[in-house]
Design a protein around this ligand. Structure first.
Ligand SMILES: Nc1ncnc2c1ncn2[C@@H]1O[C@H](COP(=O)(O)OP(=O)(O)OP(=O)(O)O)[C@@H](O)[C@H]1O
Ligand SMILES: O=P(O)(O)OC[C@H]1O[C@H](OP(=O)(O)OP(=O)(O)O)[C@H](O)[C@@H]1O
Ligand SMILES: [Mg+2]
Length: 303
């Protein structure tokens, strides 16, 4: 990913690729200062540790949810909610609802909060989805994204069964931010770059030439079109050429930033008002005013 490559060019920064759970462990042990990891992993291995501060909570990739799933068949055929699951007469102290999960902190915590009485947990590292068909467990708690793995295994999610929504987050150790020289500054820079990059995702820069008598007249034409107003109105610059020995400007270069999705519409609108030579390029960053996430971080640090 572009921004991951960009992190590597920051000075005073060493980047280590680690297993997700190890990122969270090493943040807590003080071996890492900052990390990028799924929110589910921060919650599971961080266990509410106040030293872990989520600096950016929506990096817009790795979206999934931690969810309880049960078989579609047999005694579960007509069970469609956590409430119905809890009410099933089958579960007793001797024969509890057996759940297999790799999330042995979040799983039990969730069902305790939901008031389920007769539950037992076992753990496995992978292929949990096979456990119900194998008769090892009644239900699973695992990550779901497209739902494909559940479907392949004849399992279903139920109402009220989502433990947690997750995506990649930028997390930092409070202790490091407060005590290690340079960590706060680099966190600030990475936060700004991440935000500016996410803001730019899906936006393109459009440059075109427009014939006109004055910048104002060209601007009026552009602003009459809904897909061309840009972030803060269009930027226009005169394009000079020499005619009959005189320097004149009867073309204006227009620069607008438009969403990728409405690019073609923007090009058509540009043409309809006399635009020509349309150049389109990707945007890497859009920096705006100071981000509210930075203010929030400072206040969490008592600064
Ligand atoms: N299907 C998915 N869609 C989107 N994100 C996912 C999906 N599965 C996992 N993730 C995210 O990726 C992270 C790592 O997943 P996973 O636990 O499978 O990692 P791993 O590399 O197999 O780790 P380990 O080596 O410790 O088993 C999860 O914590 C979650 O945030
Ligand atoms: O809803 P889906 O899009 O099918 O994704 C869900 C699957 O993805 C994750 O597994 P992963 O592929 O990371 O392998 P692992 O369980 O071995 O870590 C998760 O444990 C599910 O099995
Ligand atoms: Mg899996």
């Amino acid at each position: 990913m572009a921004w991951q490559r960009n992190l590597l060019i920051l000075s005073n920064l060493e980047v280590w690729f680690q297993r997700p759970k190890d990122i969270v462990r090493k943040l807590q042990s003080g071996d890492l200062d900052i990390g990028i990891v799924g929110f589910d992993t921060v919650s599971e291995y961080g266990q509410g540790n106040e030293d872990l501060i989520v600096v950016h909570d929506t990096l817009e990739y790795g979206a999934c949810r931690l969810s309880l799933a049960i078989p579609k068949y047999g005694i579960f055929e007509n069970i469609n909610s956590l409430h119905e699951l809890a009410q099933m007469p089958q579960w007793t102290t001797e024969r509890p609802l057996r759940i297999v999960t790799g999330f042995s902190y979040l799983g039990p915590k969730f069902l305790k909060e939901k008031g389920l009485e007769y539950v037992s947990f076992s753990t496995a590292d992978g292929a949990l989805e096979a456990a119900p068909a194998m008769g090892i467990a009644d239900a699973i708690i695992d990550l779901v994204s497209s739902g494909m793995t559940l479907r392949e295994n004849d399992l279903k999610e139920i109402e009220g069964g989502v433990v947690l929504a997750s995506q990649a987050v930028f997390v930092a150790s409070k202790r490091s931010l407060n005590t290690r020289e340079g960590v706060l500054e680099i966190t600030h820079e990475i936060l700004e770059r991440l935000e500016a990059h996410l803001r730019a995702t899906g936006q393109v820069t459009v440059v075109a030439n427009m014939r006109g008598n004055s910048a104002k007249e060209v601007a009026e034409r552009i602003l009459s079109q809904t897909s061309l107003s840009g972030l803060q109105g269009p930027t226009l610059s005169p394009v000079y050429c020499k005619r009959d020995g005189k320097v004149v400007a009867d073309y204006y270069a227009i620069v607008v930033c438009v969403p990728q999705k409405s690019l073609y519409k923007s090009v058509q609108q540009l043409r309809s008002i006399g635009g020509s030579g349309v150049l389109v390029s990707d945007l890497t960053y859009i920096f705006e005013e100071e981000t509210p996430r930075w203010r929030k971080l400072l206040s969490q640090l008592g600064l």
